[in-house]
Design a protein around this ligand. Structure first.
Ligand SMILES: [Zn+2]
Length: 502
């Protein structure tokens, strides 16, 4: 069917993220939007429409993943005990030696992962080592278009290596490794900025539902001049800006050493904070950082699975929401969270909010988590008509089976959506009024064929990246030990519970 066909979803238990309420409703889908919404049987229907019996379904706006990395999906399961700094040490082989076919397959695999688990749109920070290419970017965009997802793609860029960006790290390496990393080169900032400009110039060639942003990866991995160039590009092209901030305790310490202030204060002074600025992670933000982000109407991408998996701490979301900061929920890439399940992200956001000692009003309610996973993310992507359940909203919808064990008994389906539901209860997913998952199968992609192509691609990559991977293996213990020792330096804030610490 096409998006222009009228389709009536009848009698579903419809969740409105704005209110957190769930009520039985009929939804009329026309032209890719929810054209009408009303109590069952009350819509006065124009002519003949197709009907989809949804009486045994819970219906939610499509989940929006506010932060992921399409390049990382071939690395699912390889990083069992990595910290963030271990992950960054392995970055060159994780994202290097890619041809457009590999980038396409990696991105498509992630899109299938997300779609099949109820996610209809994502913000993808696309990394190519040493710098982005027009061809790679086009391949990533095509993957989302072929899967049928909406996506904002941001070239993730920097002009300094990990070893240049952490004070004292290179000097702490054994001599032979210090010499080796001294030869690392991310290409000049000018070349990288030129590559981003080339991608921006081709924006009109992007497939439908795909748009572009810019992602200076981590502030201290970028020189001030480079960051100013990124701001200039965002200003000229109207791009959103997205960057990792205060993800690990080490990053907060490094910002203090490098800038004499936090990364947020530094970026505020540079003029980077703005309504379409998103700080990813924000685990180690203090009150003044949050005040600045609120004053500039910025957003934060909350990414609990990644923070847990890398041992980075847990972002404290309540003070963000209390200041009116828009918060979206996200999975991160497979190199730091393996699964791209927004349903797992919801559960972890709910439970992770309870790790902080203090009164329980710091916890997050199920209805708040659902808002983060829909409206919050949609705002970060600039998809103002998505993530909502109302007339005129985009018809990006996910249907859950109320007969699945996750919803038996159906004591409180909205709460169960957060605390019980996993992908097994997702039956159908619609983007722009068109089914992309039907009867639990992604209709746009042949998974068996994809599996074979991915297997071949991973074999090719393993052969091509062996040397870089071996070098990362030598560097990793030194980097992790150095990062751990620097992480223990005093900070004004603490964000996680450590046994024995008062
Ligand atoms: Zn990330």
């Amino acid at each position: 069917m096409t998006a222009d066909d009228g389709l009536l979803l009848t009698g579903g238990l419809v969740v409105d993220p704005s209110s957190g309420n769930a009520d039985r409703k009929d939804l009329l889908i026309e032209g890719g939007k929810i054209s009408r919404i009303g109590a069952p049987g009350t819509l006065d229907l124009p002519g003949v429409v197709k009907r989809h019996d949804a009486r045994d379904r819970l219906i939610l706006p499509g989940l929006v993943n506010a932060h992921t990395h399409g390049h990382a999906n071939l690395m699912k399961g390889v990083a069992e005990a990595w910290t963030l700094e271990a992950s960054l040490t392995n970055g060159p082989w994780l994202a290097g030696t890619r041809d457009p076919e590999t980038i396409y397959l990696s991105t498509l695999l992630g899109a299938v992962d997300m779609l099949s688990k109820g996610c209809t749109a994502c913000f993808d920070l696309v990394y190519e080592f040493p710098r982005p290419t027009k061809e790679g970017f086009k391949a990533a965009a095509q993957a989302y278009a072929d899967a049928g997802m909406r996506a904002v793609l941001a070239p993730m860029v920097a002009d300094q290596t990990l070893f240049q960006s952490i004070p004292g790290l290179a000097a702490a390496l054994p001599q032979h490794l210090r010499d080796t990393v001294g030869q690392f080169d991310l290409a000049s900032g000018e070349q990288t900025i030129a590559a981003v400009e080339a991608i921006a110039a081709a924006r009109s060639d992007m497939p439908e539902n795909i748009s572009i942003a810019i992602a200076p990866t981590i502030p201290h991995h970028c020189s001030e001049r480079f960051l100013r160039d990124c701001i200039d590009i965002a200003d000229r092209h109207g791009f959103a800006i997205h960057t990792h901030i205060a993800e690990s305790r080490l990053q907060a310490v490094v910002a203090s050493k490098t800038y004499g202030r936090s990364a947020v204060r530094y970026l505020a002074d540079l003029g980077m904070l703005r309504p379409r600025f998103t700080a990813a992670h924000g685990v180690w933000l203090d009150d003044e950082d949050l005040d600045l982000l609120a004053q500039h109407h910025c957003s934060i991408a909350h990414i609990p699975a990644s923070n847990f998996r890398l041992g980075s701490g847990v972002a404290y979301v309540r003070p963000m929401l209390a200041r009116g900061i828009n918060v979206g929920l996200a999975t991160d890439g497979a190199n730091s969270s393996d699964s791209l399940s927004m349903l797992q992200a919801m559960r972890l956001a709910s439970f992770g909010a309870r790790i902080f000692t203090g009164p329980r009003d710091g916890w997050l309610h199920a209805s708040e988590i659902i808002r983060l996973a829909t409206l919050g993310g949609a705002k970060i992507l600039g998809l103002e008509s998505c993530g909502q359940m109302k007339q005129g909203a985009c018809a990006d919808l996910v249907l859950f089976d109320l007969g699945h064990v996750d919803f038996i008994p159906d004591a409180d389906p909205v709460n169960q959506l957060v605390t019980c539901a996993d992908s097994a209860s997702v039956t159908d997913v619609m983007v722009g009024g068109v089914f992309k998952v039907r009867d639990r199968k992604v209709v746009s992609v042949d998974l068996i064929e994809l599996r074979g192509r991915v297997r071949d691609s991973v074999a090719r990559l393993s052969a091509a990246t062996g040397q870089a991977r071996a070098l990362a293996g030598q560097l990793e213990p030194h980097v992790v030990a150095f990062a751990q020792s620097m992480s223990d330096e005093p900070l004004a804030i603490e964000r996680y519970i450590r046994p024995g610490r008062k």
